[in-house]
Design a protein around this ligand. Structure first.
Ligand code: AMP
Length: 443
């Protein structure tokens, strides 16, 4: 299958060609015709599947082939459909993409620029944590496409600096994460501002019950697609567990980075504090590192990501939420310094590697107090992960499990002090997980 057989315009094909993509990914070849046909869509696809182009390309084509009806064009631009005063935007917002995080909003905004570079449409990227005034100015000048996080978008609604009454296509990206992050009320408020007649696209890594409920209220007669991640965990990611005492994790990590001469490694910690501390310690070990998490300013996060992508820092230490949606091509190493509390996050984390056809390695440093979390992950993957102790870092078999730093209450998993050996059950040989386990996890 080629891009040209999907019915995309010459301008879009040229932009795709500039990117050097040989052929569409599965989610692209299935989603693009559905969106071009004007249908609603529910797509299970995580970051790494090419989903962003899967919705960006056809929505750009929609703008291209459906010029704003002359009768509806708001020449004066002063009054919205319900008569409220609007700031005089030059043209209506026709596409709204909602994302859970600033990083993802910025990345989707970049994709729109990339694929729309031969088209005349304008985009505004709207997220919190930065000055609102440039966003207001941009909206006033007019944006055909708005990519936004829900909170800041509602700030603009409140300040009457955006009119959503002309939106023709709504995209909810990473819907499951939006629900996890508690955005459902914000989403409902935004939906109430959109015209009834519109096209809706919902992308989500998983089809949980909550997502199905959201989809039932949002989508009309949707097409559903569920594709395996492009580079699913099955094929391209080698997974390994290094059992280690908690107090030796940092030394082990430094050892792995130095002895393997790793040049680019994304390291996950459970807490922001843990991310900062680890970053500082690695710096002291002479390993250039940067941390990225919710307490950092947007400019600090952007700088850290740019430094990492360009090889100025070797290690990016991140929390789950900050790392969500990070788009880093050819990331060879992902390390779980702490295991995540929620097993599905393991799948999201390791999905950062082994992308774009390259192979990747996902390593988990697991202390004895995390064995319960490891079991939860293996249950989700329906797979035992291979263990390998590293010489000089073998855990002390008599060590008492130390408590983890995760919250004592409200955690979904409760095996904190579970005892039991490190080794896989007889008969299991650390097969790689099945692709089905990395999606549709029934969350
Ligand atoms: P996404 O899942 O949208 O975050 O995309 C993941 C990565 O795949 C991005 O770096 C894209 O540039 C890249 N990508 C998207 N479509 C293709 C394609 N058809 N062939 C190769 N790479 C692609």
């Amino acid at each position: 299958m080629s891009f040209s057989s999907l019915g995309l315009s010459a301008e879009l094909l040229r932009a795709v060609n500039d990117q050097g993509y040989a052929e569409p990914t599965p989610v692209q070849s299935r989603a693009i015709p559905v969106v071009l046909a004007g249908r609603d869509l529910l797509a299970a696809a995580q970051t790494g599947t090419g989903k962003t182009a899967g919705f960006t390309l056809p929505l750009l084509q929609h703008l291209q082939t459906h010029p704003v009806e002359a009768g509806r064009r708001d020449v004066q631009g002063r009054t919205n459909a319900v008569g409220g005063r609007m700031p005089g935007a030059a043209k209506p917002v026709r596409v709204l993409v909602l994302t859970p995080t600033r990083e993802l909003a910025a990345q989707v905004g970049e994709s729109v620029q990339t694929y729309g570079k031969y088209l005349p449409f304008t985009t505004a990227v709207i997220f919190g944590g930065v000055n609102i005034n440039p966003q207001i100015e941009k909206l006033r000048r007019g944006a055909d496409i708005v990519v936004a996080t829900p909170g800041r978008l509602l700030d603009h609604v409140q300040q009457k600096t955006i009119d959503l009454s002309r939106v023709e296509i709504l995209v909810l990206d990473e819907g499951d994460r939006m629900l996890d992050m508690g955005f459902i009320r914000d989403i409902r408020r935004i939906l109430a501002l959109l015209p009834q007649r519109r096209q809706n696209l919902l992308f989500s890594a998983t089809f949980s019950e909550d997502i199905r409920q959201l989809a039932a209220g949002l989508l009309k007669n949707p097409e559903t697609i569920d594709v395996a991640p492009r580079n699913s965990t099955v094929e391209l990611i080698t997974q390994r567990v290094h059992p280690v005492d908690k107090g030796h994790k940092r030394e082990l990590l430094a050892h792995l980075i130095k002895s393997g001469d790793w040049r680019q490694v994304l390291v996950f910690t459970r807490t922001k504090h843990g991310a900062n501390r680890l970053c500082e310690q690695l710096q002291k070990d002479g390993i250039q590192s940067a941390a990225i998490h919710g307490n950092k300013t947007q400019s600090a996060r952007t700088r850290a990501l740019a430094d990492f992508k360009q090889g100025r820092v070797r290690v990016l230490v991140a929390t789950d939420i900050a790392a969500r949606g990070l788009d880093i091509d050819q990331l060879p190493h992902v390390v779980n310094f702490d295991l995540p509390n929620v097993p599905e996050d393991y799948v999201h984390r390791i999905g950062r590697t082994g992308r774009a056809g390259s192979t990747g390695e996902a390593i988990s440093l697991v202390s004895s107090d995390e064995r319960g979390l490891l079991k939860d992950i293996e249950r989700l993957l329906r797979q035992e992960l291979p263990r390998a102790s590293v010489n000089d870092f073998k855990p002390d078999p008599h060590a008492r499990p130390e408590p983890t730093d995760r919250p004592a209450h409200g955690a979904r998993h409760s095996h904190r002090q579970e005892s039991g050996g490190w080794h896989s059950r007889p008969g299991s040989h650390g097969h790689r997980p099945r692709s089905a386990a990395s999606r549709n996890t029934g969350r």
